[in-house]
Design a protein around this ligand. Structure first.
Ligand code: SF4
Ligand code: SF4
Length: 124
């Protein structure tokens, strides 16, 4: 399994209303990054326009790296738990065409899941 190459597919796919902020996310943002809390709906969904209260089609913190085809998270160190938890399962990675996957991962899904678990445990 390769390291995440910041292709941005997961952010693009899930940031359209499929993410939510945890209570801990909101507590931290309220204390240190109230500008992020502004993009959370009253029921904890993200990301919503602070003025119109409408769902934003694409995460407002997702930026294209000007020097590559890759993407950057503008709040990487403060990103929500939902984002920190991805990817959690090989089946999701396959469904999402995650570029961390290699051919050998697809040949042994059980081993690939173990490898992913180790990567995610060390990434926290
Ligand atoms: S907050 Fe960061 S990691 Fe989460 S969807 Fe936006 S750009 Fe991606
Ligand atoms: S889809 Fe996979 S490789 Fe691409 S940014 Fe998300 S975790 Fe990284």
């Amino acid at each position: 399994m390769k390291a995440c190459n910041a292709c941005g597919k997961c952010c693009v796919k899930y940031s359209n209303g499929q993410l939510s902020a945890s209570e801990q996310d909101i507590q931290l943002w309220d204390s240190f990054r109230p500008d992020i809390t502004e993009f959370v709906s009253d029921d904890g969904l993200i990301w919503f326009d602070p003025s119109s209260k409408e769902l934003i089609e694409l995460c407002p913190w997702l930026k294209k790296d000007p020097d590559s085809a890759r993407y950057l998270c503008g709040i990487y160190l403060d990103r929500p738990e939902d984002c920190r938890a991805y990817p959690a399962t090989i089946s999701d990675m396959i469904k999402d065409d995650c570029e961390m996957l290699e051919a050998k991962d697809l040949r042994d899904l059980k081993q690939a899941q173990q490898t992913l678990n180790d990567i995610m445990a060390n990434d926290r």
